[in-house]
Design a protein around this ligand. Structure first.
Ligand code: ZN
Length: 133
């Protein structure tokens, strides 16, 4: 499996509009359009920063994954995303090595990416997203 780079850091925020005051206005990062991810009950937006990006995640439902995260832990870093060359191969290899997967097969992420999450129990407590673009 080949990890190409840290694709982005996902940050859970109460409000993207509030969040972009720091990430957009103060840091001068260019704000891309927000995208609603209905199945995941969230809205996401990306700020390019050098070779990587910052993803802000706003919940649209307290029962969704970001809603529950905010309730339990408040705003903050939610996940680290690694860009891989071939996500199917990466998942197969990690599974063979005994890594617990949240997604056994890739699903559709924002902006047409293929994504899958690894279980924090296998990654020192960090929610890891793999993505292929
Ligand atoms: Zn992400």
């Amino acid at each position: 499996m080949k990890v190409l780079k840290i694709d982005h850091l996902g940050i859970a925020v109460k409000s993207i509009n509030e969040g972009k005051k720091f990430w957009g206005d103060l840091l001068g990062l260019w704000l891309e359009e927000s995208e609603a991810m209905k199945a995941e009950k969230l809205i996401t937006t990306f700020f390019p920063i050098g070779e990587s990006e910052i993803e802000l995640l706003e919940s649209t439902d307290p029962e969704g994954p970001i809603g529950r995260f905010l309730e339990k832990r408040g705003e903050g870093i939610h996940h680290v995303a690694f860009r891989v060359e071939n996500i199917e191969e990466a998942l197969k290899e990690l599974k063979e090595k005994g890594i617990r997967l949240i997604d056994e097969t890739p699903r559709a992420g924002a902006r047409g990416a293929k994504i899958a999450f690894l279980h924090p129990k296998s990654t020192n407590g960090v929610l890891v997203e793999l993505c292929e673009k």
